[in-house]
Design a protein around this ligand. Sequence first.
Ligand SMILES: [Fe+2]
Length: 306
Amino acid sequence: MNQPSQYAYPINSPFDLENTELYQRWRDQKLVNYPEDIADLIVEITDPRTLTLKEFSALQQRCRKTNMAIYVSKTGTDPDPEIPLALGRAFGLEDLNKNWLADENGLTSLKVVNEGIRQQYIPYTNKAINWHTDGYYNTADKQIHALNLHVVQQAASGGENALMDHEMAYLLLRERNPEYIYALMQNNALTIPARIDEGGTVVRKEESGPVFSIQPDGNLHMRYTIRVNNVIWANDPLTEEALNYLSQILYRNKEYVYRGRLEAGMGLISNNVLHDRAAFTDSETQQRHYYRARYFNRLVGTHFNL
Ligand SMILES: [Fe+2]
């Protein structure tokens, strides 16, 4: 096995496998009053562009516990990009990952596109997207630490999202077998093959890295996709077992998995938690439109609790 990436950072982190005492303290704290219902993640706000201190604190408090919060605002179908951008700034998020299909302002408009290059990518179709964290195919120095979504319009039917705190996934895996964490921290745990265009040019190099990594500030990052095509997993029995258990956690779809449908004016702020998307059907008047913002840093003031 490759040396786990955690050893690159000599920091006191509960996510370090060597640090059992600290881990146990963190785990016990994490499980106290952990929200069971998606309703517990929801905060009603007036306008994300002008958050009050009270609204901000309510959102931040939830993010500190579960790495995510859902807001219900009164902006409805207002498509102003400032809505998600201003909210991101309120949480110290400036460093947008402007991927090649992003809009000029760095946001990505997720909606069904029937022309051009976008139609080849699942996010721009009405198909389901299975469990993942965002940016798992990015290079190690461009990993995504915060992911926000804002709904301008929801589809006529379908389009629910499932959400799971990646720290809770870590916790359940480590409780089952700490060696699962060891396997998923290997530097070659998950490899995304190079993307080669029709002319044979390498558009994106092969990217190999861990699933779980400990950041310089001691926080946990997760890089994951449950999809099986076009990904290469480390070929050892422990990794296979760990992945099977993680699938079970995600698919049993009960404890610690939140599922719900975000409506216009609602949104998610998160430290790039695990999520999926159900398939949906648009109509003439109800065409699903999400703004997606990906950032290279975490939501401010959401360091792990001890
Ligand atoms: Fe995503």
